[in-house]
Design a protein around this ligand. Structure first.
Ligand code: MG
Length: 160
């Protein structure tokens, strides 16, 4: 029997450094530190892409967009997400919903959540009520708590 639902999860971490812009869930956030990476280092979009790809066992964004490829240097991660969403669509699948948790001690993300959801929804061409973005601290514990980096995890459900 065919399975008409697929679930995927993704996880990513990037280091926080000085002299970089902070991009999370497709929007730029004013902060003294930014995430280091080959692309814009949007850790939340990377986790989301991996959840979407994982649902169809298509590998991960490192496989699709290798950081050895100069075409992806400094790239807006929304472009990667768009590509992943189109890949899913082309295979006859639709995005049911997705749920992202960002782990960061600072900055406070609550004021940005709605714009993050709207931005991701627009890129994936789905209604914002199917996109959840949550933020948590890790109670000052670990590398996120010490503000050495930001982590994100995501789940996604696909259907056809
Ligand atoms: Mg990444």
């Amino acid at each position: 029997m065919d399975c008409n639902f697929r679930i995927g999860n993704g996880f990513d971490v990037h280091r926080l450094v000085e002299g970089r812009e902070l991009w999370l869930c497709g929007i730029r956030i004013d902060h003294s530190l930014g995430l280091l990476g080959h692309s814009d280092a949007d850790v939340a979009i990377h986790a989301l892409c991996d959840a979407l790809l994982g649902a169809l066992a298509l590998g991960d964004i490192g496989k699709l967009f290798p950081d050895s490829d100069s075409r992806f240097k400094g790239i807006d991660s929304k472009i990667l997400l768009r590509h992943v969403a189109l890949e899913i669509k082309s295979r006859g699948w639709k995005i049911g919903n997705c749920d992202i948790t960002v782990m960061a001690e600072q900055p406070k993300l609550r004021p940005h959540i709605d714009r993050m959801r709207d931005t991701l929804a627009e890129v994936m061409e789905i209604p914002p009520d199917r996109v959840s973005v949550k933020a948590t601290t890790t109670e000052r514990l670990g590398f996120t708590g010490r503000m050495e980096g930001i982590a994100a995890q995501a789940s996604a459900l696909l259907f056809r």
